[in-house]
Design a protein around this ligand. Structure first.
Ligand code: TPP
Ligand code: MG
Length: 370
């Protein structure tokens, strides 16, 4: 894919363009840095739990933290977020409680999704975070539909939908973008172009000059930003969100970033990509870039950094300890939630189970005997 000019505010060395710099208050800048460190650390700890066999699956987002957090920070609290599976930063920025997050990884009785989703497929109604979509791109029409509803109802909110470069090859991308353009809905399309869709490079997704350029065909604006520059992502998303809120319709924001780790805990990227490429992007680490920016502004020091890292580490340890003590969801949970009024055939199965008609296999008897 040919290189195009990218919106950039902060350079790799932490120096910045004062004319483009969004003027954010100091406490917000510090919270942004803390959230970058939080996401990086949560990913590392969760992947380690997976490697120890304590959780079943995980999707790290190393290298993509700025694209998630910079965009989420440009939203108002009541705006709706429709994530793919690689946006923990969007929820954690909004205060997704760590214990709730970790319980979802364990699929235990305090997992709000009651163990019915894969680990890493969370949702939290309280913070307007819709469920992670595992099928690639299905969240795009969901977000557009929600945004259309907001428009029809006159809500002052917008929807943002996250998806990857691979998702731009899905029919749902076309359907959603086209509908959003025609109906002029308040939706921001945030494409995290991390340059890989598992083992398929972005050059195999499109022959277009960029992903941002695709917006032209749907009759709205597309912008391309340096996705490893938190402030550039913030600035572009804020512009798109403000425009959507004031009736200006949708925008596609392409955040160019890089997936520094594996696609998921089930993937080994050394089988399909070069170490030099990964090394090149490690030199462009978004967390380190934002740290340098804070340092350049005289807002960073080692003691503070050490303190937040310790606080984050302790909070994760505490959340994991907690989650590991919570039992699995009750078997009865299997019969609930699907229907508002339980139909007779489900009730019959439930009653059968309650009478003891269901027998656990011997290997299941140990910890949670009936
Ligand atoms: C409809 C569908 N097809 C295939 C898959 C398998 N799959 C899971 S993630 C993925 C790649 C998606 O790449 P991209 O959209 O670039 O997002 P990224 O994983 O890079 O964040 C694929 C093919 C799926 N989950 N859903
Ligand atoms: Mg990708």
């Amino acid at each position: 894919m040919a290189e195009e000019a990218l919106l950039q505010v902060v350079r790799d060395d932490g120096s910045y363009d004062a004319a483009l710099e969004p003027k954010l208050p100091g406490d917000m800048l510090k919270k942004l840095y803390r959230t970058l460190v939080l996401v990086r650390t949560v990913d590392t700890r969760m992947l380690s739990l997976q490697r120890q066999g304590r959780i079943g699956f995980y999707v790290p987002s190393w290298g993509e933290e700025a694209a998630q957090i910079g965009s989420a920070a440009a939203l108002e609290p009541n705006d709706w977020i429709f994530p793919a599976y690689r946006e923990p930063g969007a929820g954690l920025w909004r205060g997704f409680p760590l214990k709730t997050y970790v319980c979802q990884m364990y699929g235990n009785a305090e997992d709000l999704l009651r163990g019915r989703q894969m680990p890493n497929h969370y949702a939290l109604r309280d913070i307007n975070l819709a469920s992670v979509s595992s099928p690639v791109g299905t969240q795009i029409p969901h977000a557009v539909g929600a945004a259309w509803a907001m428009k029809l109802r006159g809500d002052p909110n917008v929807a943002i939908v996250y998806f990857g470069d691979g998702a731009t090859s899905q029919g749902d991308f076309h359907t959603g973008m086209n509908f959003a353009g025609v109906f002029h809905v308040p939706c921001v399309f945030l494409c995290k172009n991390n340059q890989w869709a598992i083992s398929v490079p972005v050059a195999r997704q499109t022959a277009a000059k960029s992903l941002a350029v695709k917006a032209v065909a749907y009759g709205f604006e597309g912008v391309r930003v340096d996705g490893n520059d938190l402030l550039a992502v913030y600035a572009a998303t804020k512009r798109a969100v403000d425009k959507a809120r004031s009736g200006g319709g949708p925008t596609l924001v392409e955040a160019l970033t890089y997936r520094m780790g594996p696609h998921s805990s089930s993937d080994d990227p050394t089988r399909y990509r070069k170490t030099e490429e990964v090394e090149y992007w490690k030199q462009r680490d978004p967390v380190e870039r934002f740290r340098r920016y804070l340092e350049a502004k005289g807002m960073w020091d080692k003691a503070w950094d050490d303190a937040i890292r310790k606080e984050i580490d302790d909070a994760i340890t505490e959340a994991v300890r907690y989650a590991e003590k919570v039992p699995p969801p009750a078997v009865e949970a299997l019969f609930e939630d699907v229907y508002a009024d339980m139909p007779w055939h489900i009730r019959e199965q439930l009653e059968e189970f309650q009478k003891g008609g269901y027998r656990r296999r011997p290997e299941e008897m140990g910890e949670f005997p009936l």
